[in-house]
Design a protein around this ligand. Structure first.
Ligand code: GTP
Ligand code: SPV
Ligand code: MN
Length: 588
């Protein structure tokens, strides 16, 4: 008898009408074959995969996506619960029947002449009680290969879902790649993602934002856990003790860099577990335990160098796990190497830009798209934590929220309590980046860095956070950070990257109760003597500006926070209004 998985795939294949169906097993040989197919497969600007210089970048291939398909498209992303209320003002919503009729029309025959790759994959380690079995299919060779890097894919998953039907389902087709016929739709009540018309990143690698955040956050809401847009990492101190923390920052705001930072503070180091997504469960000990459900990085290329992120450069050049992909970076045509803005060394004299056009073009255009990325397996990481594969994850002592704010927000702030910490996360704002289509550099509220990713009403999500706190007998402390404050010339006040360890050290010291703090309307900040700036060339006046709290600016900030919270109406927990009112009072 056919399993629920086989039945579902058959049914969808009758709609999509592929010429071939291939069930993938996640093996090395299969990855090799898929790469070979992609190297022969023509698309607009050359083949799907272009082999790069394997002497210098073992296992690396270049992929160019369609020029109109280079970032997540939030305006075309929908979360469809039975009622609009359940999806909330934070999501686009369409009536389920209408949405399915639309998708059915767009999907009818969408795979004609193409291969349907069926991908059984696991988010989380297969032995983890917190992991989820998933099944998606796609007509994109690029997506099939990327999913093998980003998730644990293969036979073990088929064994898990053979006799059950509670796996998370994903339908993906590039369609005709037209933005007019592009929809990334979620049906959380039936754990289904249906994505048509995009082959890029978070729109198409369904295990990532669609499943591990939008679908999973709703599962977490129902089942009592959290799915978050967070780094998971260990901070080892001079005594050799490791403190595990998570950090949520919006897209392209520094998670990957933080997750594998090379410490500028001697005696301290970072152990990497994950750079984008954390699933957090309450352990029998009353602590919060984090796993990274992913198995790869889909990281921002521009700005990545031996200076900013040597661990990532090591990961990319190691090539132990086959293959590594670069998407929409430039190509040094002399040496056949990938190139992007911010990589060390002189720009190549002879190159192609991310669309395959001759570069430099004399007009100062960038070689790499600002949201160009690499896809590489986590196990290649030199700074990989030995707990990476631990099915139970790691116990979390601190959670950090962050944003990209040129003004106002101090370098680091500690909250006063769990509810105050939830408010700290809920009021985060950040300047928009190239990770999503649309304007760049405008401040928007992005609660917990989850605005584009919460798979249900954000008001209910805040309530769920507060409830989680009540169930935790040993809750983590909650902090916020901002690496991006600038001076009057627009220059960053804080050096960032490896120097961020100085801030993490203070956070660990607070967790351990080793240092005090100073109270401000923004929250608790370090006392001047407690932030370790030994060996850092920064004038004390500049340092003080990182903690400047100006009442007038905070009054404007409070007003903006109020507007953003009002959107959630009576779904906003009373406790958060109380927190807001306390803030407002302090800025008077
Ligand atoms: P997503 O993959 O989109 O979720 O992004 P991310 O949060 O992982 O961001 P990532 O670490 O890739 O960094 C994005 C950009 O921020 C890069 O251009 C980095 O160079 C820059 N960046 C990261 N950390 C710092 C920092 O401490 N200071 C400054 N000034 N820039 C940083
Ligand atoms: C993000 O935008 O937060 C990313 C890249 O991590 S994507 O996979 O496109 O979502
Ligand atoms: Mn992300």
């Amino acid at each position: 008898m056919a399993s629920a998985a086989e039945k579902w795939v058959d049914e969808q294949a009758r709609l999509a009408k592929p010429s071939r169906i291939v069930w993938c097993d996640g093996s090395d040989g299969e990855a090799q074959r898929l790469i070979e197919i992609g190297c022969e497969e023509e698309q607009i600007s050359g083949p799907v995969f272009l082999k790069l210089n394997h002497k210098l970048w073992p296992t690396a291939y270049l992929h160019r996506s369609h020029p109109t398909d280079v970032a997540r498209t939030e305006h075309l992303t929908f979360v469809n619960h039975s009622t609009r209320e359940a999806s909330g003002p934070n999501n686009n919503w369409m009536d389920i029947k209408k949405a399915k009729a639309l998708l059915t029309r767009l999907s009818d025959g969408c795979m004609r002449g193409r291969t349907m790759y069926v991908l059984p994959y696991m988010m989380g380690h297969p032995d983890s009680p917190y992991a989820k079995a998933c099944l998606m299919f796609t007509d994109s060779t690029y997506v099939a290969v990327s999913m093998r890097i980003m998730t644990r894919m293969g036979r073990v998953v088929m064994d898990k879902i053979r006799n059950r039907d509670d796996f998370i389902k994903g339908f993906h087709s590039v369609g005709d790649l037209s933005p007019d016929r592009r929809y990334i739709m979620h049906f959380p009540e039936e754990s289904l993602v249906w994505s048509v018309g995009s082959g890029y990143g978070g729109n198409a690698l369904l295990g990532k934002k669609c499943v591990s955040l939008r679908i999973a956050s709703y599962l977490g809401y129902r089942q009592g856990w959290l799915a978050e847009h967070m780094v998971v990492m260990g901070i080892e101190d001079i005594r050799g003790r490791v403190t595990y923390v998570t950090a949520a920052l919006p897209s392209a705001c520094g998670k990957t860099n933080l997750a594998m930072m090379e410490s500028a503070l001697p005696g301290y180091r970072i152990w990497t577990l994950g750079d984008d997504i954390a699933w957090l469960n309450i352990g029998p000990d009353g602590r919060l335990w984090a796993i990274n459900p992913e198995a790869g990085y889909f990281g921002v290329a521009p700005g990545t160098s031996m200076k900013t992120n040597p661990n990532m450069m090591g990961t990319l050049r190691r090539g132990a796990f086959f293959p590594t992909l670069f998407t929409n970076v430039g190509l040094n045509t002399e040496t056949n190497e990938p190139w992007w803005e911010g990589l060390e060394g002189e720009p190549p004299p002879q190159a192609q830009d991310w669309q395959g056009r001759p570069w430099p073009d004399g007009r100062g255009s960038k070689a790499a798209h600002p949201n160009s990325r690499f896809t590489v397996a986590t196990i290649n990481t030199p700074s990989l934590s030995k707990e990476y594969d631990n099915p139970y994850g790691v116990p979390i002592s601190a959670m950090i929220f962050g944003g990209r704010r040129a003004h106002l927000i101090p370098l680091v702030v500690e909250s006063l309590s769990w509810a105050n910490g939830v408010f700290l996360g809920a009021r985060m704002g950040s300047e928009t980046t190239a990770a999503a289509a649309g304007r760049v550099g405008v401040v928007r509220r992005d609660p917990m860095a989850m605005l584009p990713f919460a798979g249900y009403n954000m008001g209910d999500y805040f309530r769920h956070w507060l409830n989680m706190g009540q169930r935790l007998t040993r809750p983590p402390k909650i902090f916020s950070v901002n690496w991006f404050r600038v001076d009057e010339n627009g220059k960053f006040l804080w050096p960032g990257f490896g120097e961020n360890m100085r801030v993490l050290k203070w956070i660990v010291d607070r967790v351990e109760g080793r240092v005090g703090a100073r109270e401000t309307p923004a929250g608790l900040v370090p006392k001047v003597e407690d932030l370790d700036v030994y060996g850092l060339d920064i004038p004390s006046e500049r340092l003080a500006r990182l903690f400047d709290v100006r009442m007038k600016d905070w009054r404007d900030e409070a007003a903006d926070i109020k507007e953003s919270l009002k959107k959630y109406g009576n779904r906003l927990p009373r406790e958060l209004w109380a927190e807001y009112e306390a803030l407002e009072k302090q800025t008077k």
